[in-house]
Write a protein that binds this ligand. Structure first.
Ligand code: KIV
Length: 279
C-alpha cells in the first residue's frame, strides 16, 4: 500500500500491537534521510538497525556500533519520516549490564532522535530489562532467534531453534511478550518454529529469515536493493540491483571524463547570459 504524505496519522507502537493476526506489517531498515523518505511511503515501521555499522560503516559485525552512531543515523532517519513508526536499536554494550543502564540509554536514544520505540536483543534473560523499560514509558520491540550482537557466543550467524533448541527459542518469545514488548523480531529460525511462536504469543512477530506466517516482515533495505553484489543471505530477496547500476554509472562517468565528453555544452555556463544579468 502507498500512503500519501499527511494522509494517515503517524503509526504508534499500540497501532503495531493491534495488528496481531491482521494485515501483514511491512518493515524495513533505514539509516539516512533520503532512504527514510522512500521507505516511509510504503512501510508501517522503519528500524534504525545497528546493522548500520556493517551496511554504512564497513564494520565486520554490529559489535562496534556506538550510541553516537545510533543517534547520528536516528536523527537523519527521523527527518525523513512522516508516517511510519521509527524504532531504534540499542547497540551492543548499552543495555546488557542492568535494567537501569538499559533505561538510561533507551531514554537518550528516544530524546535525541525522536524515535517511537527501542529494540533490544535477547529472550528470557532480557525479560526483566524489557519490563523495566516498558514500565517507565518506553515501548520496546524484542529480538529473538539469531541475535547478531551475540555472534561470538553463538559461533556465527547460524539458523537458531533447530531440534532441541526450538523450545528455548519459544520460551524466549513468550518471555519477551509477557515482559510487555509491543512486538518481536524473529530472526533466522525454522518456518515451523516461527509459525508456532506466531500462533502462541499475543504480540506481532516480525520475521527475517523466519516464515510468511509471521505477523510482519523486515529486511535490511540495502540487502533487498542489491547494494552488495558479493553477499546475499538465503532469506534476502533482491528487488533491485543497485550495486550493479551504480558500478555502470560510475564507469560511464569515468569514461566520459577521460574522453572529454563530460561536461558537454548543456552542463557548462555561457558568458553572455550571466554577464547580461549582472550575475
Ligand atoms: O539491525 C538490524 O537491521 C536488525 C534487523 C536485521 C532486524 O536488527
Amino acid at each position: 500500500m502507498t500512503y500519501a504524505k499527511g494522509a494517515a496519522a503517524p503509526v504508534t507502537p499500540p497501532d503495531i500491537a493491534a495488528r496481531k493476526g491482521g494485515a501483514p506489517i511491512v518493515c524495513l531498515t533505514a539509516y539516512t534521510t533520503p532512504m527514510a523518505q522512500i521507505v516511509d511511503r510504503h512501510c508501517d515501521l522503519v528500524l534504525v538497525g545497528d546493522s548500520v555499522g556493517m551496511v554504512m560503516h564497513g564494520l565486520p559485525d554490529t559489535l562496534g556500533v556506538t550510541m553516537e552512531m545510533m543517534i547520528l543515523h536516528g536523527k537523519a532517519v527521523r527527518r525523513g519520516l512522516a508516517h511510519a513508526l521509527m524504532v531504534i536499536d540499542l547497540p551492543f554494550g548499552a543495555y546488557e549490564e542492568s535494567p537501569e543502564q538499559a533505561f538510561r540509554n533507551a531514554a537518550i536514544l528516544m530524546r535525541e532522535t525522536g524515535a517511537g520505540a527501542v529494540k533490544l536483543e535477547g529472550g528470557t534473560h532480557m525479560a526483566p530489562t524489557i519490563r523495566h523499560i516498558v514500565q517507565r514509558g518506553i515501548p520496546v520491540m524484542g529480538h529473538i532467534g539469531l541475535t547478531p550482537q551475540s555472534v561470538n557466543a553463538l559461533g556465527g550467524y547460524k539458523v537458531r531453534g533447530r531440534g532441541a533448541e526450538a523450545q528455548a527459542i519459544l520460551h524466549d518469545a513468550q518471555a519477551v511478550a509477557e515482559a510487555g514488548a509491543f512486538s518481536v523480531v524473529a530472526e533466522k529460525i525454522p518456518d515451523i518454529l516461527a509459525r508456532r511462536i506466531t500462533s502462541d504469543i499475543r504480540i506481532p512477530t516480525i520475521g527475517i529469515g523466519a516464515s510468511a506466517a509471521c505477523d510482519g516482515q523486515i529486511l535490511v533495505v540495502d540487502d533487498m536493493l542489491g547494494m552488495f553484489a558479493d553477499f546475499k543471505p538465503k532469506f534476502v530477496k533482491r528487488y533491485a540491483n543497485l550495486a550493479a547500476d551504480a558500478e555502470a554509472a560510475v564507469a560511464a562517468y569515468a569514461a566520459e571524463v577521460r574522453e572529454r565528453q563530460f561536461p558537454s555544452s548543456e552542463h557548462v555556463f555561457g558568458e553572455t547570459t550571466a554577464s547580461a544579468k549582472g550575475a
